[in-house]
Design a binder for this molecule. Structure first.
Ligand SMILES: [Zn+2]
Length: 243
């Protein structure tokens, strides 16, 4: 009774964060199911365990910044300038259709030394696709990216974080690795840069693989949030490395 009142009170105070927690629970379930039933990829926890074994009990302080859904005229150049200023290397998972629209942003990202990777052509839910369509989503995006960078992408981040065995096999045939994520902030909604930064910081350093999003209505918010996250992480003694 008491708890329920508290929850309602919290919802009144902060409907966005309530929504965020619900979403976290949902994503937690999806992640759990994914880990149980889908072929292994770069789950944040796996990477941590690997590193833990390699480093003994040493405290983990190396984090990874990744940006999904670009390139975007609202944020890519601003992110590149910020990352340059902060001397941080990141990984950008670009959507093929956006790559076609803004090839110059892809080139600038690659030239700045960041990892340029594949986030599908049109952002579909991969398990729902026929095999030829699935291949098309991966291969067309690879082709678009390679035409600009001269390199075939080695990483694929599935839209919504889900692939099935067929998609895993396609990636294997192409010597590509699926990359999931750890720390996420529902930053595709306009919730403000402070809130995005706080949500991410709460999950660090356990969830070392951070995902933030590019996009027309959230670009500015997430550039500002990235700056705050980098500053706070530096204060805490964490450093950054591309994946
Ligand atoms: Zn996405």
């Amino acid at each position: 009774m008491h708890d329920r009142r508290l929850a309602r009170q919290k919802l009144k105070e902060d409907p966005h964060d309530f929504e965020h927690r619900l979403h976290q629970a949902k994503m937690g379930l999806i992640t759990y199911l994914g880990k149980r039933f889908l072929p292994g990829g770069y789950w944040s926890k796996n990477r941590m365990e690997e590193r833990e074994q390699a480093q003994g009990l040493e405290k983990k302080t190396v984090l990874h910044l990744t940006f999904d859904d670009g390139p975007s005229p609202e944020s890519t150049r601003e992110l590149l300038a910020l990352l340059e200023e902060e001397q941080v290397a990141a990984c950008f998972f670009f959507i093929g259709e956006n790559v076609r629209r803004y090839p110059e942003l892809v080139q600038a990202t690659f030239k700045a030394g960041h990892i340029v990777a594949n986030h599908s052509l049109s952002h579909p839910f991969m398990p729902a696709l026929s095999l030829p369509k699935m291949e098309h989503e991966i291969d067309e995006t690879n082709r678009e990216l390679e035409a600009i960078t001269g390199e075939k992408p080695a990483l694929f981040r599935p839209p919504f974080g889900i692939i099935d065995a067929r998609c895993a096999e396609l990636l294997k045939e192409r010597r590509m690795s699926p990359v999931y994520w750890g720390a996420v902030a529902d930053d595709w909604h306009r919730v403000g840069d402070d809130r995005v930064a706080k949500r991410i910081m709460k999950q660090l350093p356990q969830e070392e693989l951070i995902v933030l999003h590019e996009g027309a209505h959230i670009g500015r918010q997430n550039v500002l949030a990235t700056k705050k996250i980098i500053d706070k992480c530096r204060d805490l003694g964490y450093s950054f490395d591309a994946i």
